[in-house]
Ligand binder design. Sequence first.
Ligand code: MTE
Ligand code: MO
Length: 238
Amino acid sequence: MTDDSTERPGLTGDQEGTVLGAIKQKLVDTKEQWARDGRGLTGANPSPDKHSPDKHRLPPGQRLTQDFPVLDLGVQPPISPDEWRLTVSGLVDNPIDWGWDDFQDQPHVDILTDIHCVTTWSRYDNAWQGVSGQQFLSVVKPQENAKFMVFHSHDGYTTNVPVKVFSDDDVILAHTWNDEPISREQGGPIRPIIPKLYLWKSAKWVKHITFLDKDAPGFWEVRGYHNDADPWKEERYG
Ligand SMILES: Nc1nc2c(c(=O)[nH]1)N[C@H]1C(S)=C(S)[C@@H](COP(=O)(O)O)O[C@H]1N2
Ligand SMILES: [Mo]
């Protein structure tokens, strides 16, 4: 199949023209097929213990890796700290428009987390530094009816996360990983990390976050990935 130029859901509107030409449609098709096949599912839920050698730390169907594989749609936008901006819209009292200095002016934290990718690798003890999700929320002030966040990225990618999950104390807008600036490949210069969900919920190259009262499934969520993405429940697909 050649590149599909018809409108695809889950892509952020203003970039559709450029992104659709460049994303690896074949890769997207393959992953959609995996979702239909339930690839990676052990069926271990709800008693994952016997399948995980490290049952309290390694979720069912996952294997441990030391490296950090790179997975995306094949477009890795270069964004320097100088041009980096993060805007917020929707149901918030303070729709911020942060540049790099605004981000650096916020209190910073260090967080150590495990990460779990739906493609079955997990990586322990990732050291992140940046602005906590809770600090970010305290600045933008979501309104009472704001229940969902949608992350919009420079490559056209989108993903949705409940505000409740983003409010957990392990969530961070990170600018370093293991003491190095987050690389372009890994979504730098700043990447939200939501450790309790499969890594596809941690969007790379985020430029915009919107707060909604209704859920709005993102790029992979409309292509067969699970809406909730809890690794301990093996919410990979469906
Ligand atoms: N902007 C953007 N973010 C993205 C993606 C993407 O294609 N574009 N891929 C997601 C998927 S499917 C995965 S598995 C993880 C991979 O993150 P990594 O490349 O740092 O391992 O990024 C997620 N975030
Ligand atoms: Mo993925």
